[in-house]
Design a protein around this ligand. Structure first.
Ligand code: NDP
Ligand code: PMR
Length: 380
């Protein structure tokens, strides 16, 4: 408090002097930086994986608009990120792209080292594990340099390792949050998750127990299925958030949550689907299931989880009740809107604590998942 008052007086003093002598006064941020020695001023430090497109990009835009955050964008393609940042007009004083290839554990370690140097003595305040790939059309698995099926390592294993490395860097933050992207397709208690094959299911985790390494592609140990591999990784991310909450929330104060942002049917996530699917999918989601949400709105949702004081609550799977704010009952009667599908509209107040399926909440499996993944990734 005393420090802030002194700083304020100092700023006023310098600004007053600058006015008298016709010199351009340094901004409050600039002064704060030179006085406190921190390049982040009073901004919170956020790490998001996959900020070069889709949800990660839209969330970054929303965070930067507030001027309250410094975002580290962890990306596999730095050139692409720089072009995107320029196109979007990012203020590069508040956005730092950093290389992270999630298909490589060595890259995760390098990223963590660079991040640690970059932050200095400042704690990390937020981590959003957002990056992912979806490979539904392959009839054979693609492997990473570490010998794991790509979707498993990129979407799940590497985020598990990254989280374990970043958690200690959150010490000292007054409001630390870690959020992982789950999905309705990893949570089989709804039509979108339990009614559309293949269904996410880790079974007894036989594949994971054996290391989930070439030639074993799937955590359940069964044959490779690209769409199921993706859904299994979303299920695993959601279970991991619950485990993190149980083990570490009390001792660290970090809030752990997973999120279903709605069906963002127009992002590059569906790049491997056939062109006809990519054209029809958003229409189907808009007019049949009501689950569609645009990139900007989805970005505001993840932003809300990182920003809204209500989302300091830990152990939650966040969702949004989409649909028009007024006349919802009307549209339900007409059968036009499926409430709870997570579609567009509804605003901030439509945030709710979503139900998690029995599979997501299965404690025995959660323990196994934790132990086997720890061994595979070398996380501590
Ligand atoms: P996008 O494909 O638009 O974004 C994915 C991001 O991940 C991109 O920035 C991509 O980088 C990055 N990425 C991919 N592979 C790697 C890698 N090996 N290393 C580092 N970064 C990588 O998809 P969305 O925005 O739709 O998806 C974001 C998250 O939301 C995902 O976790 C997804 O599962 C989840 N989600 C999406 C839904 C949807 O309907 N779209 C629904 C529910 C959840 P690059 O730009 O270089 O390709
Ligand atoms: Mg699905 C309320 C129903 C609902 C919701 C919310 C989704 C979300 N989906 C629903 C229903 C249906 N979908 C139905 C009835 C069908 C059969 C026609 C269907 C099909 C379908 C396909 C083929 N849906 C899909 C696909 C994909 O390839 C997407 C996928 O599974 O990616 C992993 C997908 C999705 N549906 C959703 C959401 C959110 C997706 C994207 C999934 C994700 O990223 O998790």
């Amino acid at each position: 408090m005393l420090r802030s008052v002194c700083l304020l007086l100092l700023v006023q003093e310098v600004q007053g002097y600058a006015w008298m002598s016709n010199i351009k006064a340094p901004s409050f941020d600039g002064l704060l930086q030179s006085v406190s020695g921190s390049k982040f001023g009073d901004k919170k430090l956020v790490v998001i994986t996959g900020t070069s497109s889709g949800l990660g990009l839209a969330t970054t835009k929303a965070l930067l608009r507030t001027e309250k955050y410094h975002v580290v964008g962890a990306v596999r393609n730095m050139d692409k990120m720089k072009v995107v940042a320029e196109e979007e007009g990012f203020n590069m004083d508040h956005f730092t792209p950093m290389h992270l290839e999630l298909a490589s554990f060595a890259s995760v370690h390098r990223f963590v080292e660079e991040l640690d140097k970059f932050r200095g003595d400042r704690p990390i305040d937020r981590l959003a594990c957002n990056a992912a790939v979806y490979q539904p059309t392959l009839n054979y698995p693609k492997w990473t340099e570490d010998g794991h099926e790509q979707q498993h390592q990129i979407n799940y294993f590497s985020h598990f390792l990254l989280t374990s490395k970043i958690m200690p860097m959150m010490e000292g933050s007054e409001d630390a949050r870690i959020c992982m992207l789950g999905s309705v397709t990893g949570n089989d208690n709804t039509v979108g998750g339990g009614g559309v094959y293949p269904i996410a299911d880790l079974k007894e985790l036989v594949g994971l127990e054996l290391g989930c390494k070439k030639p074993i592609a799937m955590m359940d140990g069964y044959n490779f299925n690209g769409a199921k591999a993706y859904k299994d990784t979303k299920l695993a991310c959601m279970m991991t958030c619950n485990m993190l909450h149980e083990r570490f929330h009390r001792s660290t104060g970090i809030a752990f949550s997973s999120v279903y942002p709605g069906c963002i049917a127009e992002t590059p996530l569906f790049r491997e689907k056939r062109p006809w699917f990519r054209q029809l999918f958003p229409i189907f989601m808009k007019y049949v299931t009501g689950g569609f949400v645009g990139e900007e709105e989805a970005g505001q949702r993840l932003f809300q989880v990182l920003h809204d004081p209500r989302c300091r609550k830990s152990g939650v799977y966040w969702g949004w009740n989409g649909g028009p704010r007024e006349g919802r009952e009307d549209s339900l009667e007409k059968g036009g809107q499926i409430i709870g599908a997570g579609g567009a509209g509804g605003g901030w107040d439509s945030l709710f604590e979503n139900d998690q399926s029995d599979k997501v909440l299965n404690k025995d499996l959660m323990m196994k998942l934790w132990d086997y993944t720890t061994e595979i990734t070398g996380a501590e």
